[in-house]
Design a protein around this ligand. Structure first.
Ligand code: APR
Ligand code: ZN
Length: 235
């Protein structure tokens, strides 16, 4: 039985909760240019447009419910405790809604924003979203969503590096494998001896780096896979 299980998730795990992915057909990047809504330059050029995009995604995420894939991972953490961690590129908070606790949100979270000047942090639920561009109570500067945009440095990179070096099984679920640094994590985990598995109905771009690519939807595959892993731990 593997001792440390590390999971990396992407937009695909939330697809079955009704949230759009980015790069599948009908995905978010079909209707919105990345450079307009997901870069610091885009925000500087048109903060109202960027806020419209993230208010919409925040409201959709608030209404979304976790699916069988999220719940299966939360169940596994209940059994494994400290031996189980999730790194997610998702900003929707669905892992936590399903009950997962050890979650590193490397690309930020929709439910928070912060001041571009004094960096005070706010919950979206306590922010006046009727304003086209919300402002800071403390210094009246413009607030921005707490999202890591292209050209910015993801959160928790040193904690993530430690987890990658120490895991025995690395499961990568629902990510296209094109956005770095996350797309390269499999190489670190593998180099340090982990078994690496991708779970995705399509082949990710970095598919050759995995020991095994399971072509399946997260919600279809994870419940039985997790039940098997739990069995191995408990017997
Ligand atoms: N179960 C598992 N995987 C799925 C499912 C499903 N039900 N449905 C779709 N997928 C897969 C797709 O095949 C695709 O490979 O999920 C992946 C989604 O890929 P992207 O849309 O590129 O999302 P992601 O990899 O999370 O994007 C990475 O890019 O846009 C930025 O910052 C954003 O965090 C995001 C990062
Ligand atoms: Zn401020």
């Amino acid at each position: 039985m593997s001792k440390q299980i590390l999971v990396l998730t992407g937009a695909g795990i939330s697809a079955e909760s009704g949230l759009k992915t980015f790069r599948d057909s009908g995905g978010l990047w079909e209707d919105h240019a990345i450079e307009d809504v997901a870069t610091p330059e885009g925000f500087a050029a048109d903060p109202e447009l960027v806020w419209r995009f993230y208010k919409m995604r925040y409201q959709q995420a608030e209404q979304a419910r976790p699916n069988a894939g999220h719940y299966a991972l939360a169940e596994l953490e209940e059994v494994l405790g400290e031996q189980f961690h999730i790194i997610t590129q998702n900003v929707d908070g669905l892992h936590q809604k399903a009950g997962s606790k050890r979650v590193l949100e490397m690309h930020g979270r929709l439910k928070r924003c912060f001041c571009t000047d004094c960096h005070k942090r706010y919950e979206m639920s306590r922010t006046d979203l009727s304003l086209p561009v919300p402002v800071c109570d403390a210094c009246r500067s413009v607030l921005r969503p707490d999202i890591v945009w292209f050209g910015e440095i993801p959160y928790y990179l040193s904690e993530i590096d430690q987890l990658l070096r120490n895991c025995d099984l690395f499961l990568v679920i629902g990510t296209s494998g094109v956005v770095y640094p996350a797309a390269g994590f499999v190489l670190t985990a593998r180099y340090h001896g982990a078994r690496t598995i991708s779970i995705n109905p399509n082949e990710p771009a970095n598919n050759t780096h995995f020991d095994e690519c399971i072509q399946s939807k997260a919600g279809d595959f994870l419940p039985s896979f997790v039940a098997e892993l739990k069995q191995q731990v408990l017997t």
